[in-house]
Design a binder for this molecule. Sequence first.
Ligand code: GLA
Length: 372
Amino acid sequence: MIINKPPMGFNVWNTFGGNVNEKIIMETADAFVERGLKEVGYEYIIIDDCWSKRQRDENGRLVADPEKFPHGMKFVADYVHSKGLKFGIYSCAGTLTCAGYPSSFSFEYIDASTFAEWGVDYLKYDYCHKPFSTRGEYLYRRMGLALNNCGRDILFAACSWGADDTHEWIRTTGANTWRSTTDITDSWISVKDLIMSQRRILNSGGKNCFNDMDMLVVGMNDKGNASRGGCSVEEYKTHFAAWCMLQSPLIIGCDVRNMDETTAKILTNKELIKINQDELGAQTYEIAPWDENRLMLVRPLSNGDFALGFFNLGDEKTDMWTTADALSIPENCGKNIMTTELYGGERKKVVNRTIEEVLKPHSCKIWRCSII
Ligand code: GLA
């Protein structure tokens, strides 16, 4: 399967951990429609670890836990599809999943076919309990090939956390996204670390194999499985903007059935989502390296515009600036830049050929820039 833009959806893990069940999935599908998430592009509803029985059946097939999924997995997938949405499931490349459930190593074809029969559209594929003698690329290629032959389009979301230099081999496996980070937690320190960790792998993302920075914590407000103190609204806004600028999949982690208006507003920011989903699929780059707290990013866009992001991840207020020249618009070309700020909508022509901004701690400014 080929994808041109990062997937958008919801995964149960950040809030519910292993306590997943059909009610959560079905109510989340309802909330996707009712709370406007579907309308702005979120489509995959994804089950994580701990969904199966501890044993395969007599034919070696995975079986959904009958207490969590009393009507079986196909029933849940059908419900999700009936809302015009897509359904995702989880397995792992090792001998057991991270939480110790049956995993797909040496069962790749059987599992891919089972998922296809159930109507699965997305597979998150983890990296725990890896057999020592087998290389990561081989494990992911096996599942990539199985998915290619299972008779259904299933998005392949690799989750090897960037281990074993994943970026060097992941494009040979058929994966559509690859997790480049350790697990996110609902804390500013985690968000900052994950953003900064992208600096050295900016050129390993892009079309058809997007660099996955892990699920969003926006709106978790220190509740649920990944809670570690929570973040402020400003920090959640910076987090969301960074995932959009860095072309990461946008997989919501908060309980969308109960999200507040502030959360809904961040997650449904159409202009930022447009940057993330831009069909050019271009890689984001850093204009000039600042320091360990400040990042300045550019993403070229399909209509000739580009997105520009100033990020202050430090604990002090700071000034950041760049020039039209640094953005490849030299004065002698007779052109200027029009900026539209994407959290507030303010439009401004660049004055004195300089874009400058004072940024509060842990905040950002993102603009869509047009050449005029
Ligand atoms: C790993 C993954 C997480 C989650 C858990 C489930 O830690 O990185 O995203 O899937 O396993 O056990």
